[in-house]
Design a protein around this ligand. Structure first.
Ligand SMILES: C[S@@+](CC[C@H](N)C(=O)[O-])C[C@H]1O[C@@H](n2cnc3c(N)ncnc32)[C@H](O)[C@@H]1O
Length: 228
């Protein structure tokens, strides 16, 4: 299910516009799911976390509770407005381990990481967090594949997003407010790609899920579990 360029441009213009008030909505509505998702990332001091899309950087203060300004937070988003808010937070908190990049999520792949490492010194990604992004991003399956491909062996991927399998008024509203789709089988796809898969789809009256997994490596045993 590809989104047209026009839809993408409209979504970015929309996020530019609402960037100043975005945190008020997000902090209230996604508190429980975000707390849970961040635990699932299993962040340790000194690690590198990629947040795609990072939006206004709502997650950064939670990452920092584990990182203590060590390691690296790479935040990627295509909206200048949203990134400006993330920059503001970074400056205000004097975080020195945050790198904010204006880029299309579809461009983040192994080649991108190689080029990034050439500039910054070798960068290894320990965890990827895709929150409220894949429901609106084009080529979302490809993005999941790319995120897993750039992870370190045994790296963690966590996705927080919407999934409503039946069309409903609520679904239409979420689609309108979030400028994304609500019926993409995102966690179902992730399940086929990682080990230690886990999903909790009980957030926000069953509309929001948090799914997580570990990058497969040759020595990993498969363990698919569902908590819902
Ligand atoms: C609902 S917000 C989520 C932001 C953040 N992850 C959070 O949970 O608060 C969706 C974000 O996706 C970004 N976005 C949309 N299309 C994108 C693309 N193709 N590449 C990168 N970011 C994109 C928007 O600019 C917006 O910041």
């Amino acid at each position: 299910m590809n989104r047209t360029n026009e839809e993408q441009e409209k979504a970015i213009a929309y996020y530019d516009k609402i960037s100043g008030i975005y945190d008020y909505i997000s902090n209230c509505y996604y508190k429980k799911s975000r707390d849970y998702a961040i635990k699932e990332l299993g962040i340790k001091k000194g690690q590198t976390i990629l947040n795609l899309p990072c939006g206004t950087g709502v997650n950064f203060k939670f990452f920092q509770r584990k990182l203590y300004n060590s390691g690296l937070i790479i935040g990627i988003d295509l909206s200048n407005g949203m990134l400006d808010q993330a920059k503001r937070k970074t400056k205000k908190n004097e975080w020195t381990n945050v790198d904010l990049i204006l880029e299309n999520a579809t461009k983040i792949d192994q080649k991108w990481l190689e080029q990034y490492s050439e500039k910054k010194g070798q960068v290894k990604i320990d965890a990827v967090f895709c929150d409220l992004g894949l429901s609106g991003l084009p080529d979302w399956r490809n993005i999941i594949d790319n995120m897993i491909s750039i992870l370190n062996p045994n790296g963690r991927i966590v996705i927080l997003d919407w999934y409503l399998d039946k069309p409903s008024l609520r679904g239409k509203f979420v689609k309108w407010i979030g400028k994304g789709e609500v019926d993409r089988p995102i966690w179902q796809y992730l399940k086929t790609k990682v080990s230690d898969f886990k999903v909790d789809d009980s957030f926000n009256r069953g509309g929001v899920f948090v799914a997580s997994g570990t990058k497969k490596n040759k020595n990993t045993k498969y363990n698919y579990g569902i908590f819902s």
